[in-house]
Design a protein around this ligand. Structure first.
Ligand code: B16
Ligand code: MG
Length: 208
């Protein structure tokens, strides 16, 4: 019986991956190499600094700590420009209906995202009010697949992990949810999310 629900952001609530991609691709272009959508798959659910490390590795580029900080900042500035344009129309199908239904049933709702821009994105999408707690990249020190983000989500909801369900689109996130002791619903491809207890195409599939 589900008492709490913890949602990943990118890929579950909204497709921000396309904006991360555009911002990273611009940076790669400046550095003199092409960054493809296939490369971008490797960055999903991964933190900003780790994403940069992967990108530099793809480009075969070495950069000092200070240069890396500048690059991450530059990428984020571009990304923030894109997400400043977000509105409700970019909510993935079924999100508002599913979360509203959970609230009506008294289920606690939390966000569990790696993004440091999560609060801003929820505001842009006009869904901040649907969340009882927001655990994001500013509140965790260990990235998924470490369970920290979801353990903190359960704690913020005042619930045991066994009473909570995690909704995730990335393999590392599914792993993190299981490691926290939660049930996990995978959003996306069953072959990639094999560890999940259930896999659906999107939250729309769960709306009654
Ligand atoms: P930021 P999630 C993740 O969001 C994205 O999937 C990943 O591509 C991004 O690098 C990460 O957030 C950090 O985002 O640069 O905004 O702090 O899937 O954990 O909601
Ligand atoms: Mg995600």
């Amino acid at each position: 019986h589900m008492k709490g629900a913890i949602f990943d952001l990118d890929g579950v609530i909204v497709d921000t991956a396309k904006y991360h991609f555009l911002a990273w691709r611009e940076l790669a272009k400046e550095l003199g190499f092409e960054f493809t959508e296939e490369h971008n798959e490797r960055l999903k659910g991964v933190s900003r600094v780790e994403s940069l490390r992967i990108l530099l590795d793809i480009g075969g580029i070495e950069a000092s700590e200070a240069e890396q900080q500048r690059m991450a900042q530059e990428k984020n500035d571009r990304y923030v420009q894109f997400i400043s344009q977000l509105d409700e129309s970019e909510l993935l199908p079924g999100v508002r209906q599913y979360l509203t239904g959970l609230r009506e049933r008294g289920v606690g709702i939390a966000l569990g995202s790696a993004s440091k821009n999560a609060e801003f994105i929820l505001e842009r999408l006009h869904i901040s009010g649907l969340f009882d707690a927001v655990i994001d990249g500013n509140k965790v020190s260990k990235a998924k697949p470490d369970p920290e983000v979801f353990l903190k989500g359960c704690e913020a909801l005042g619930l045991a992990p066994s009473a909570c369900v995690v909704f995730e689109d990335a393999a590392a996130g599914v792993e993190a949810g299981k490691a926290a002791g939660c049930s996990v619903v995978g959003i996306g491809r069953p072959d990639i999310l094999a560890e999940a207890d259930l896999v659906v195409g999107g939250l729309a599939d769960l709306v009654e």
